[in-house]
Design a protein around this ligand. Structure first.
Ligand SMILES: *Cc1c(COP(=O)(O)O)cnc(C)c1O
Length: 471
């Protein structure tokens, strides 16, 4: 037997405790200082990318460099090289300034690096995630049997919904895929849905043509009569409808599809009913706003992204369903190398992923620290920010195109400010605030969303000033 000692661990990868303490403490201070600068600085990136690429090419990894140098370089480039979600004048897509408890969760997950594939490897994390899911399911009114899991994003959660619908729709889908069905498969959502559904249809092997984009009602919500008609036409043509998706919080207008009529149609037609509440699901935290989601409790499954309005770090989605048996059917597998194999419990047997990160801790710590009251107040605060913006814009001659009860505004500038698209370009280029162009019911609008939990009246004023500035 060879008793010679092994080579030392590689110190650049596994530094000794004093070095870790020193670098870790320094990093924490650096990040806090950087965050202060980001919050006061431009929202849009202002880095010369040509120079950056040249710098990047300097990293040929032939000569190691001190970790602190690489960390400092990375932080500096991040400070100038991204659209800053951490800036309270980012009124952008549904990306939040991350809440602090979820950032702490990432440190804990990174330190212990638990493997959440199996309940035997990670009994505490698996139980903790399942606890958070059941609390959300309870607030949604899904019933005590409801189950689910954390996912990398709303796209994964929505993909999971489609796989459940397909698995439930035909006993042979599991073995034969789309060929099991007597005709082409179809599923339905409004044309204002999140368009990742097209990728999802592609991934699932039923093809992008399986997605039927139903007309909206002129106010950005799915038109139930058009849905009924689309299903009838498809059936008459020999197609096989499997799922109705209602969006609670559309991407452009933040509109909520009529949940009860959609549920009625899905039940009458024997179709899976999924509610994509990736952003709007956060309203569940607020007693005042909960009623705008009335009908969500009738969903067969539900997508909520905690990394949107609950403001956890990316990406932290939830898939929740009252029909957990279908998850086990869709994702079953059998192998001898895994430390446990309990259907309905082990995440690798119920989800798209195998190896998985401890995502749920982010929402657990945020809810533990803030409670439903604090989280609800955070969500209501976003609605209040948008209400102030709405009043200010109307007072300066803007038209508001949408009437979402949530925190997104589709605004049309008065003629003297030029087109919405040009205006968005000007505002973004100025770095003073960040808004997006969007199309709402055929009209070009400036899309303004409250995404940052620390946005104040100064930030609202800065946004209004930037929006009202002529070219
Ligand atoms: C954001 C969003 C998605 C996609 O979720 P990701 O987390 O970006 O993968 C899907 N649907 C809706 C309604 C969304 O808002």
């Amino acid at each position: 037997m060879n008793q010679r000692s092994l080579p030392d661990p590689i110190p650049a990868l596994f530094p000794k405790t004093p070095d870790r303490d020193r670098i870790g403490g320094w990093l924490q201070l650096e990040l806090e200082q950087s965050l202060r600068r980001v919050q006061a600085g431009p929202v849009a990136p202002n880095l010369d990318m040509q120079r950056f690429r040249a710098e990047l090419n300097g990293f040929d990894f032939n000569e190691p460099q001190p970790l602190e140098d690489a960390l400092r370089w990375t932080i500096e480039r991040m400070e100038h090289g991204i659209v800053q979600m951490a800036n309270p004048r980012y009124f952008g897509l549904f990306n939040p300034g991350a809440n602090f408890p979820s950032q702490c969760a990432d440190r804990i997950a990174g330190c212990f690096n638990p493997q959440l594939a199996s309940s035997a490897s990670s009994p505490v994390p698996v139980a903790l995630e399942s606890h958070v899911i059941s609390k959300l399911a309870h607030r949604a009114g899904l019933g005590s049997e409801a189950t689910g899991h954390f996912a990398t994003g709303g796209s994964e959660a929505n993909y999971t919904a489609l796989l459940c619908a397909l698995t439930g729709a035909h006993a042979n889908f599991s073995d034969q895929g789309a060929r099991a069905f007597a005709g082409p498969v179809r599923f339905y959502t409004s044309r204002d849905c999140h368009i990742a559904w097209l990728k999802i249809a592609h991934q699932a092997g039923i093809g992008r043509a399986a997605l039927c984009l139903v007309d909206t009602d002129g106010r950005g919500r799915l038109d139930p009569a058009a849905l009924r008609q689309a299903i009838a036409l498809d059936r008459a043509a020999g197609a096989v409808p499997v799922m109705v998706v209602a969006t609670a919080g559309t991407t452009a207008g933040g509109m909520i599809d009529p949940l009860h009529p959609c549920a009625d149609i899905a039940k009458q037609e024997g179709l899976w009913f999924h509610v994509d509440a990736a952003w709007g699901g956060a309203a569940l935290a607020s007693n005042r706003l909960r009623s705008v989601l009335d009908g969500i409790e009738r969903a067969d499954s539900l997508t909520i992204d905690a990394h949107k309005w609950f403001a956890t770090t990316m990406g932290c989605a939830m898939f929740i369903t009252g029909r957990g048996g279908l998850l086990s059917e869709a994702f079953h597998a059998s192998t001898s190398f895994m430390p446990s194999s309990i259907p309905g419990v082990d995440p690798y047997l119920n989800t798209v992923q195998w190896s998985r990160r401890f995502l749920g801790l982010r929402l657990f710590l945020a809810l533990a620290a803030a409670g439903w009251t604090g989280m609800g107040a955070h969500v209501e605060r976003g609605v209040e920010v948008i209400e102030r913006v709405r009043q200010r814009l109307i007072a300066s001659g803007w038209e508001i195109a949408n009437d979402s009860p949530l925190a997104v505004l589709n605004a049309i500038p008065p003629a003297h400010l030029g087109s919405a698209r040009d205006l968005v370009r000007r505002v973004v280029a100025s770095g003073r605030a960040w808004v997006a162009p969007a199309l709402f019911e055929g009209r070009d609008v400036v899309r303004i969303c409250a995404t940052h939990g620390e946005t104040g009246m100064d930030d609202v004023n800065a946004l209004i000033a930037a929006l009202n500035e002529r070219s």
